[in-house]
Ligand binder design. Sequence first.
Ligand code: NG1
Ligand code: MG
Length: 615
Amino acid sequence: MPSLETSPLPLADSLDQVYTQAALSHEGERWNDVFEEFKREYGVAVDRVARAPGRVNIIGEHIDYCGFSVLPAAIERDVLVAFSTASPSSSGKDIPSPSEKGKTVFVLRNSSSKFSPTSFEVDLTGDGTDVALPQEHHWSSYFIAGTKGILGHLYRKPRQSEFTPPERVLILVNGTVPEGSGLSSSSAMTTASAIAVLEIVGRREGDDGISRRDVTNVAIESERLVGVNSGGMDQSASVFSRPMHLLHIEFIPTLEARAIPLPQTNPPFSFVIANTLVTSNKKVTAKYHYNLRVVECRLGALLLAKFLGLHYTHETRPFPSYKTLLDAYFKNRGPTHGPIRSNSQRPEKLVPDGATVPALPSSRLPPKTASGTHELKTMLGLIGQALGGPGMEDGMTWEQVAERLEVDPKVLEKSVTDREVEPKDGRFKLWTRARHVFTEALRVYEFKDLLCDTAATSQRASPSDIEDGHTTPILETSASDSLPDLQTAPVDPYSTSSLAVPKHADPSSYLLEQMGKLMNESMESCQKDYECSCPELDELVSIARENGALGSRVTGAGWGGATVSLVREPDVPRFIDALKSDYYNKRFPNLSEQELADAVLATKPEQGALLFQNS
Ligand code: NG1
Ligand code: MG
């Protein structure tokens, strides 16, 4: 059985299959509309559809780019890229032709009139460098980024088969993930485009085909072309998710995803997404927000590595490694990664007064299901000493960090970021950012352990690699089939988790409360330490908690976007009503019914990306 990461993308045989799938059946009408619109626009039928969903992150915010694992899931909102390489019929409107032989014109149209049509030309046998991203940011930027990324990747892997590029690719995009809402419409688009182009150039399968892991890595790297130094959570969730599972995604040393079944509780629970309707345009604000945080974490990693005396020699300047906080943490983990050096080997003046470095366990990496939370806790103790300390409460300037690292500030800046960042008062808040990262990483493990313990105690499979060969049906089991039943679950005496579900009069309540508590702690850390919240997010989570949410937090990058709340299913209608009357009616009294329905939605984890053939 191929593993999750190396299996090819599944291809459903026919759209009939789509309609019969529980998760997508209510989407039938939308798909029909897309098919009809395509025919109207181009005069030919859709040949294939690449579908990539948005995602909700349940826990693990702003730690993917630090190398730590996260727990998101795909949602039903998605991007459909319907395409055909057939010649448009004469009824097709204004279809451009390639300007030279060998080039292919991509004709890009979007079902939403908000997004203007465009086209671009590319050599599909080349490396993608002949096409540039639009000067002005446009919705097609993400599509083109995915195209460039996949072509660049394939170019390094010679083709085995003959390929004649088509003259045109006719495309209709139809998306239901609201943009700028923290549900990752951008990644859905980049991922869907990478999959579509992979299919168009005939490299999805076979000796020269590439795996799902490759596609995901390409989508991750491609999206960075658009201007944000993002991590890999969204694209991974979009590709690997499966219904009724959370995805535990690890990035280091390689991308790995494991599906963890959601427990069945009594009463059942829902994740409710509520959009603040404050759009956070990451591309525009990146230098004050997202990219700045990435830089703060990288600087923290360097100082931490230096503090720990890790391979920090004159030869390695300007420090090629320790790009992420996980790196500094990882390499601190015993013989396989080089032991911590003793105090005497560390340059003295870098060690704040009274700082001591406790011995860390020298064990190897813990197995996937156990969390190694102990070591993270130890690191938490260290970051205060490495990044905090007297005079550093308000953060450090480039110069101060450079001085501590004994490098030129200009060299430092260049090696840490290729993007402009503008910290407030010129100061980087390294300690609080790192404290968020390490506590959040810990919460992810605790959350995962809660779910795994529940799965284990109900004697079902604990997290496993998803085995999705291309012949695998879209949904192999009905959702309820794969759910561990908490009510009948015996307690696992061998559980390693500090939060192991104890014998409890009401295990469902216990589990939901613990999950909610971790989500609330995550929010608090995002608000105080990471400063990625905003007044509207703060207000939404307060209203949520006052109206039945067991936990409520920002999902996605923040500074706007959406919240996710854990709500008992019977409470969902009342909960949604309360959000409508206390938040939306007050702040956005003129929303239409449809806009309101789009703003607040109860979700269940959904299937990740797929490619459909219209036959
Ligand atoms: P949003 O802004 O929600 O799409 C971003 C990043 C993720 C991750 C989260 C914060 C992109 C594509 N995604 O998501 O990698 O860092 O923020 O946890 O930028
Ligand atoms: Mg995004």
